[in-house]
Design a protein around this ligand. Structure first.
Ligand SMILES: Nc1nc2c(c(=O)[nH]1)N[C@H]1C(S)=C(S)[C@@H](COP(=O)(O)OP(=O)(O)OC[C@H]3O[C@@H](n4cnc5c(N)ncnc54)[C@H](O)[C@@H]3O)O[C@H]1N2
Ligand code: MOO
Length: 404
C-alpha cells in the first residue's frame, strides 16, 4: 500500500469515540461534546470588589458590622447613613450602594454631632462608634450578581478544546465533570528479549527507544497512554497482552518476518482484520494496522526506532486524530509544502521520510537517518515526504512532535 493510501485508510478507520463525562482533571486537551454553560451566575450574589466599607446613602456613615468572604451575611438591609466593613468578594449587604475602599476612607468619630458622645461611651465601657467618610460614588466597587456571566449562559461551544484556562472557567461555573470526546486510550506493548528498560544495555541488548517517545507523541496526536508492558518474545505473552482494555494497542517490534516476529500469526489466531499490512515507505515498511474482534485497533510498529517513529506518524497519528474527533483526519494541521534543498535521492518504489530542518533555502536534510537511530529525527523539525521517483518538486513536510 502506498504511503498516501495508508494514511487515508488509517484516518478512515477511526470514528470519533462517543461522548463521555470525565472529571475536570482528565478533561485537559479533550474537545467538548456539549456546550459549556454557567451552572451559576458570576458573581453568584452582589459582592464587594474592593476591601473597605459598603455604604448606603450619603456619608458620613456609621459602621454597623463586618463581613468577610466566606463568613456570615450581614443581617438585614443597610439603611442610609450606615456602612459595613467588607472584604473583597464578600456579599454586599442588601441596600449597599457602593464600596468605599480603605485607601479613600476617613475613619474616626463623627465629624459632626456632639463630641462628648464618644467620650461618654468610653467612660461607660461601651465600644466607641466608628464612622467613615469619603468619596463613594453610587454603584462603585460592587460587582452585581451575574455581571460577568449570567446563569445559564453558554460560554464555550461544542468542539472547543479544553485548555487549562477552560478548566478554570468550568470549575468557576460549578462543573466537576465535563462531557467531552474522550482521548483514545492507548496501551503500549514493547516486545523483544533483547530490549531493556533501564541503564546501560549489555552485550547483545538494546535500550528501549520507542516506549519513551510514545507517550509524548500519543498525547500530541490526541490520545493518552493508559497502559504499557514489556513482553518477552513469544506468541503466548503477545496474545494475552492483546486482551488489554484500550482503544488502540501499539505493538513495538515483532512486525517483520523473523522467528520471533509473532504479531501477524497472533492477529490471525485472534481473527483480527488486518487492513494495512506493510506500507511502501522507508523507513517503516513492515508496519500494520488491524482491528481486533472486540473493536480495539492494533498499530504494529517496526522495532527499529526511526522506523517506529515513521510508522507512528504514518498510521498511529491519523487513527488517534480520528478517534479523538479532530478535524483533518491524517493531520489536524494544514499540509505544509516546501522546497527540498541538499542532496536527496528518491526511492524508485517507496516514499522516503527524511528528517529536515526549515531554512531560507527550503527544508534541508539533517542526516543521521538510518532506521535504527533517532539521531536525525531528534535534530529535525519535520519529516520531508519524498515520493517514489521524486525529481525535485516541492515536498510535503510532516511535523514532528514538539517538546514545548
Ligand atoms: N527478512 C526480512 N527481515 C527484515 C525485514 C524484511 O522485510 N524482511 N524488514 C526489516 C525492517 S525494514 C525492519 S524495520 C525490521 C522490523 O523488525 P521487527 O518489527 O520485527 O522488530 P525486531 O526484529 O524485534 O527488531 C528490529 C530491530 O529493532 C531493535 N528494537 C526492537 N525493539 C526496540 C525498541 N523498543 N527500542 C530500540 N530498539 C528496538 C531490535 O533490537 C532490532 O535491532 O525488520 C527488518 N528485517
Ligand atoms: O522499517 Mo525498517 O527500515 O524500515 O528499519
Amino acid at each position: 500500500m502506498s504511503w498516501e493510501a495508508a494514511r487515508v485508510v488509517a484516518a478512515g478507520a477511526a470514528r470519533p469515540l462517543g461522548p463521555l463525562s470525565v472529571p475536570l482533571s482528565e478533561a485537559l486537551g479533550c474537545r467538548l461534546a456539549a456546550p459549556l454553560t454557567a451552572l451559576v451566575a458570576m458573581p453568584g450574589v452582589d459582592v464587594a470588589a474592593m476591601d473597605g466599607y459598603a455604604v448606603a446613602g450619603d456619608g458620613p456613615w456609621r459602621v454597623v458590622g463586618h463581613v468577610l468572604a466566606g463568613g456570615t451575611f450581614h443581617p438585614g438591609e443597610l439603611r442610609a447613613g450606615e456602612a459595613v466593613e467588607i472584604a473583597t468578594g464578600a456579599p454586599a449587604p442588601a441596600g449597599a450602594e457602593a464600596v468605599l475602599p480603605y485607601e479613600q476612607a476617613d475613619v474616626g468619630p463623627p465629624h459632626t454631632g456632639p463630641v462628648t458622645v464618644p467620650r461618654m461611651r468610653a467612660a461607660h465601657g461601651v465600644p466607641a462608634e466608628v464612622w467613615v467618610d469619603g468619596p463613594a460614588e453610587p454603584g462603585r466597587h460592587i460587582r452585581r450578581r451575574g455581571e460577568d456571566i449570567a446563569e445559564g449562559a453558554v460560554v464555550l461551544g461544542t468542539g472547543a478544546v479544553v485548555t487549562p484556562v477552560a478548566l478554570g472557567l468550568a470549575a468557576a461555573l460549578g462543573h466537576d465533570e465535563l462531557l467531552v470526546r474522550p482521548k483514545p486510550r492507548v496501551t503500549v506493548l514493547v516486545t523483544g528479549d533483547e530490549v531493556v528498560q533501564h541503564g546501560l544495555p549489555g552485550p547483545g541488548r538494546v535500550r528501549d527507544a520507542i516506549g519513551p517517545f510514545l507517550p509524548g507523541l500519543v498525547e500530541w496526536a490526541g490520545g493518552r497512554v493508559t497502559g504499557g508492558v514489556r513482553l518477552p518474545d513469544g506468541a503466548a505473552p503477545l496474545r494475552a497482552a492483546l486482551a488489554a482494555s484500550a482503544d488502540v494497542i501499539v505493538v513495538c517490534g515483532a512486525s517483520s518476518k523473523g522467528p520471533a516476529d509473532h504479531l501477524r500469526a497472533v492477529l490471525g489466531d485472534l481473527d483480527a482484520d488486518v487492513f494495512v499490512d506493510g506500507v511502501a515507505v522507508r523507513p517503516g515498511h513492515p508496519q500494520l494496522l488491524a482491528r481486533l474482534p472486540g473493536g480495539a485497533l492494533v498499530a504494529g510498529l517496526p522495532g527499529n526506532p526511526f522506523a517506529a517513529l515513521a510508522a507512528s506518524l504514518t498510521l498511529l497519528a491519523p487513527i488517534l486524530h480520528g478517534l479523538a474527533g479532530r478535524r483533518g483526519g491524517a493531520s489536524s494541521r494544514p499540509v505544509e509544502t516546501s522546497a527540498l534543498a541538499g542532496t536527496v535521492r528518491a526511492h524508485p518504489r517507496d516514499t522516503r521520510l527524511v528528517p529536515v530542518r526549515r531554512t531560507g533555502r527550503g527544508a534541508v536534510p539533517v542526516g543521521h537517518d538510518g532506521p535504527g537511530s533517532l539521531w536525525g529525527a531528534a535534530l529535525a523539525e519535520a519529516l520531508a515526504v519524498v515520493p517514489p521517483g521524486w525529481s525535485g518538486e516541492q515536498v510535503e513536510l510532516i511535523e514532528l512532535p514538539p517538546g514545548d
